[in-house]
Write a protein that binds this ligand. Structure first.
Ligand SMILES: [Zn+2]
Length: 467
């Protein structure tokens, strides 16, 4: 006989609590468990080790996984969860599903490669080094992936329904508006996922949500204000300066979202004759595939047919590189040229080889265009490190390093406060997640001062009973 349901709704934070990665929130209603996002921890070693820790719940006790978007820190733990015994459905928007099919196997591949490389060169702390999951395991983890249409409620089961609303962050990204019927009452639990910005050229604005009983809000830039529309100017000056020196401009960039935005602005500057047309190499098979998905879902962002006809993402000198041999050939090519390659925070991927090869030359520039979490090489470069370790080897940093958050796909505190103004009553509690400690406390203060809401900053594994 099954136990009588407890009638309680609980929320436990299994990741992105006090940090920006590993998003995983366990919503339990009537003893049924729903995992909201299934993200990898990334960045500092200490965080990455957490991917190996047992979950606070047995994987086979989870009834459903619901994802906000395809970025690895929101979807990249899924293959591990399936490996641990999860067999249930995985819900995501259609575009998110397509992007996951590109991102997850690549993540498995990078982990296999990382483990092989570490074993070969003997710098792993585990012997032998193992991948968290393989590329094949990543493919197989998506067998039960179901797509949910934006803006229409979808019944997950007889007590939970979810409405996905466009979040304006990357293609397919959604705010999850989850309704739970419990003891004949209905409550709404809203998870912002990664929230986009207002007034951006490429992404649409985050959708308004008017009500939530409880809200989990991301806080990546909770302490910062983005300078709007300045990325184009920054890119113009960095490209021209590097071109003048005959150097190589390396833009480490996440393959999904960021790379497409960088290409858009490069193309725009070229056609406005603000920068010379020079070779641009997109050295990431994943970015090439993701660009195709962007072009398929034209209604979900502002790169519509009209814009793209006038100004395709790819110019006469843009080369999309898939093969490893072609990637290696780039090592021999002289500047001026631009290499866009992932990962954006310099934690693996082909960009590591380019960095190792080019960072010792004063004519070259590294342009960091995304959020750089603590403990990543990106963050170390941003902080002015004179030396970084790549593949176990210390490499001096001689090239110029420029960091900008102007292309960020995350709301700053003004965007977040503006989005919150759409709520017609305060949530009982607003949980701030997906932020480093200063961003979290800064955003809490701003929300408390402006709206007088109850705001909590959950700790890793902290659990709350929601009424
Ligand atoms: Zn994201």
């Amino acid at each position: 006989m099954p136990n009588k349901p407890s009638g309680l709704v609980k929320l436990q934070f299994l990741g992105a609590a006090g940090t920006v990665t590993g998003s995983k929130f366990l919503l339990t209603a009537n003893d049924r468990n729903y995992l909201i996002d299934c993200g990898l921890f990334q960045g500092a070693d200490r965080l990455e080790q957490q991917n190996w820790q047992p979950l606070s719940i047995a994987a086979n006790r989870i009834s459903a996984v619901i994802l906000t978007h395809a970025h690895l820190d929101h979807s990249g733990y899924l293959p591990r969860l399936v490996k641990l015994g999860y067999k249930g459905p995985v819900y995501a928007s259609e575009a998110t599903g397509e992007l996951m099919k590109i991102i997850l196997p690549d993540s498995g591949y990078l982990q296999e490669e990382g483990a092989n490389y570490a074993n070969k060169h003997g710098y792993s702390r585990h012997k032998p080094a193992l991948p968290l999951y393989t590329s094949d395991e990543a493919y197989n983890s998506m067998k039960n992936l179901y797509s949910i249409q934006m803006n229409s409620p979808y019944s997950v089961d007889n007590q939970v329904s979810v409405t996905m609303r466009p979040a304006g962050h990357i293609l397919g990204s959604a705010i999850l508006d989850i309704s739970v019927t419990n003891n004949h009452a209905r409550h709404r639990y809203v998870f912002s996922g990664d929230l986009g910005r207002y007034g951006m050229e490429i992404t649409k604005e985050p959708s308004l949500v008017s009500e939530a009983d409880y809200l989990a809000l991301e806080s990546t830039y909770g302490a910062r204000e983005h300078v709007s529309n300045s990325f184009e100017l920054r890119l113009e000056s960095v490209v021209n300066e590097t071109h003048k020196k005959g150097g190589v401009l390396i833009i480490p960039s996440s393959a999904v979202g960021r790379t497409q935005s960088v290409l858009f602005y490069l193309r725009k500057l070229e056609s406005d004759k603000k920068i010379p047309i020079m070779p641009v190499y997109v050295d990431s098979p994943m970015a090439v595939d993701a660009t195709e998905v962007y072009l398929k879902y034209k209604d979900e962002h502002n790169l519509n047919t009209q814009v793209l006809e006038k100004r395709p993402l790819i110019s006469s000198q843009t080369r999309l590189i898939r093969k490893v041999e072609e990637s290696k050939e780039l090592n021999e090519k002289p500047g001026p040229m631009i290499i866009i390659s992932s990962s954006g925070m310099l934690e693996g991927g082909r960009v590591m080889h380019h960095l190792k090869n080019r960072i010792g030359d004063p004519n070259n520039t590294v342009l960091l265009v995304g959020f750089q979490p603590t403990g990543t090489r990106g963050r170390m470069l941003m902080a002015g490190a004179k030396e970084i370790t790549i593949h176990g080897e210390k490499v001096p940093v001689i090239a110029k390093v420029v960091w900008t958050d102007e292309l960020s796909a995350h709301a700053d505190f003004n965007d977040s406060l503006r989005w919150l103004s759409g709520f017609n009553r305060p949530p009982k509690t607003t949980f701030l997640v997906h932020g480093e400690p200063d961003s979290l406390s800064s955003l809490r203060e701003k929300i408390e001062n402006k709206y007088h809401w109850t705001v909590k900053i959950p700790e890793y594994l902290e659990s709350f009973t929601l009424d």
